[in-house]
Design a protein around this ligand. Structure first.
Ligand code: SAH
Ligand code: MG
Length: 207
């Protein structure tokens, strides 16, 4: 990975350990040159978008970075992953969009990373564009995770990649829904394993 972009990704706030981010970047380099766009669900402050955006630039495509920027359940006050300085005091709600925008600007990726600000099912139910790569890292509860799987994975083109974050086979390590949708993908017969790095799983659409 380009060392400047790698440093920008590592400096960005968020929830993507460096080894997993690098694995995501490297996996994304396998998409066809000049091919379909990539899309991530769950951008937060833009950390994974820098890893994926760097790969999108190298492959001559773009990354759609989808997030309502109001935080997941686990980012809300009183939950484990709440960061109080990300609350917009006038609105009284989390707003990660300014921080996301700054991350993408500072990384020099504004021409490659396109923010889609909205609720995943609202966008997903109207989506019509095949994807060379889909990265699922949005809401980690059972309902949002399964809904993201159902709405978005049909848009992964044949030969395209599906990446899922926070996959924990052992419940002691974390919540189950990302693991459940990973299993669903394998059991569907449409996806096969490509790689596993920490809690990141990368699959390829085979059918
Ligand atoms: N990929 C990020 C971390 C994502 S955290 C990183 O590298 O740091 C999960 C994100 O999913 C949050 O920013 C939250 O706002 C978003 N999210 C949760 N549910 C969503 C939904 N229904 N629609 C859009 N975004 C959602
Ligand atoms: Mg994650």
């Amino acid at each position: 990975m380009d060392p400047v972009l790698r440093a920008a990704a590592e400096a960005a706030r968020g929830f993507m350990p460096p080894g997993e981010g690098l694995a995501l970047h490297d996996a994304a380099l396998a998409v066809p040159e000049g091919g379909s766009p990539m899309l991530e669900i769950g951008s937060y402050c833009g950390k994974s978008a820098v890893y994926l955006g760097a790969a999108a630039r190298k492959r001559g495509t773009v990354l759609f970075a989808l997030d309502h920027h109001r935080g997941s359940e686990e980012n809300q006050p009183g939950w484990e992953w709440h960061e109080p300085d990300l609350v917009d005091p006038e609105v009284g709600r989390i707003d990660t969009l300014p921080r996301f925008r700054r991350t993408v600007h500072d990384a020099g990726l504004e021409d490659v990373v396109v923010a889609l600000v909205g609720d995943s099912p609202t966008v997903g139910s109207r989506w019509r564009i095949p994807l060379s790569l889909l990265f699922i890292d949005g809401g980690h509860g059972a309902e949002p995770a399964h809904r993201d799987y159902e709405l978005w994975t049909p848009w992964v083109e044949p030969g395209g990649l599906l990446a899922i974050h926070d996959v924990f086979p052992d419940p002691a390590d974390g919540g189950r829904p990302p693991y459940e949708i990973y299993c669903r993908a394998l059991e569907s017969g449409r996806f096969a394993d490509v790689s596993a790095t920490g809690s990141l799983r990368v699959l390829r659409r085979t059918a």
